[in-house]
Design a protein around this ligand. Sequence first.
Ligand SMILES: NC(=O)c1ccc[n+]([C@@H]2O[C@H](COP(=O)([O-])OP(=O)(O)OC[C@H]3O[C@@H](n4cnc5c(N)ncnc54)[C@H](OP(=O)(O)O)[C@@H]3O)[C@@H](O)[C@H]2O)c1
Length: 446
Amino acid sequence: MLSNIEGGLDYKTLVLPTAVDPILYVTHRTYRRKNPIPEFFKHWNSRTYLNRASIHRPISPTFTFACLHGLSTIMAPKNRAAYLEAKMSPKLVVRSAPYTSAKAGQIVIKNHALAINPLEWLIQERGNIMFGWLKYPFVLGADNAGEVVEVGPGVTRFKIGDRVLGHCAGTSEPINDSAQGGFQEYTVLLEHMSTPIPESISYERACVLPLGLSTAVCGLFQTDQLSLPLPTSPARKPTGKTLLIWGGSTSVGVNAIQLAISAGYEVITTCSPRNYELVKSLGACGAFDYNSPTVVADIVRAFNSANRISGGAMSIGQGAATKCIDVLSQVQGDKFLSMASYPVPQVLPKHFGAAYTIWTFLTGMVEIWFKSKMNGVKFGTIIASTLIDNGVGKKIYEGYLEKALEMGDLKPFPEPLVVGKGLEFVQEAMDRQKKGVSAKKVVVLL
Ligand SMILES: NC(=O)c1ccc[n+]([C@@H]2O[C@H](COP(=O)([O-])OP(=O)(O)OC[C@H]3O[C@@H](n4cnc5c(N)ncnc54)[C@H](OP(=O)(O)O)[C@@H]3O)[C@@H](O)[C@H]2O)c1
């Protein structure tokens, strides 16, 4: 932010200013009268610099303006976060947290709504089996929507006061930074993983998107996964191929259906019958009950009776990968499976939970590997943070999402299930997500 200041002043220049305090104060008041007060300024304590004031030398308007803006960096707002204090702490602790300013290519948002993913309670419950690099205390959270309060050097797509949603990158291994976690009042977001929210979409609805969307994007568009052409708004011309998305009512699935259609694919999906209407409203041409004993045969019939050509499959949900391989082996077309869900136990035994998780994972992956080899199907495993650095995230969050939301080509789903207002509700929200949801995203308002 400082390098953006008029006149190119740096930090050292800004901390001279006993001499300029009265002018600053007057300018600050004038500025506040002329401009609606952004949320960020409400946390300033403008009286502190009045007390020290005396004039020693004249001061230029440029300098005053620069100081006024520089204060937003010096006088940071108070922040609070819901911390995972240590590995496998059973309860998050809400307490004060540092406010971190935006660096180059970053923005800071004041969060108005956040959403919960299975990932967060899995990290809390299973500790270092996953995300062993996290430094505790840590601030988890991937899905946020809020108002921009600060923009870093070089940021051109956002200004203070903008409404945005963003995929918080804090848990990603190369980043590993609590300041970029979602469970706090102020979060640092990467500019290229953030998107303006159209006026017609509330914060509550916008925050359901990021991780579900990012996971679907990795599986559909990365070159190591299904490598489909990128989605456009309006949708691309039909490719004539059909994609199987297993788990269409999950947060990942509702995004995958819409993105695949925007990329020119027809979609067949699975979910519970109560969600058939939802997935069809998002564009799926066929929905099948994943609990039915005949589900594989039913899907194969839907492909072959209409001479559909496979564009590949994405598996979401426990047991989905082997079923998708069964389908792909019996239909014409592409035989690539992108796996969002790994074979991990949903419930842990009282003892040896870590060993049991590792055993279930290894045996499950060996089964999938053998099955895929035997049936001529290739597969890739999704890690949803990979799109942050490989250019795909930028293409979606900068190049596609804003227009798609405005045009209604991508609708924010699942529906939010709000459990409360305030960081104190985040643990309850995680516990609610763990109990299981059906086509709902657990949300906390702030
Ligand atoms: N690899 C990654 O980087 C990554 C990132 C994010 C998520 N994931 C994984 O993706 C999966 C979905 O996550 P999410 O946040 O989207 O979940 P979610 O929204 O909490 O999923 C809830 C939905 O799961 C459906 N479901 C339950 N069991 C299923 C099964 N066996 N097959 C198909 N659908 C099933 C339910 O459908 P009905 O109500 O219709 O029955 C329910 O609507 C999880 O396994 C998660 O760990 C992976």
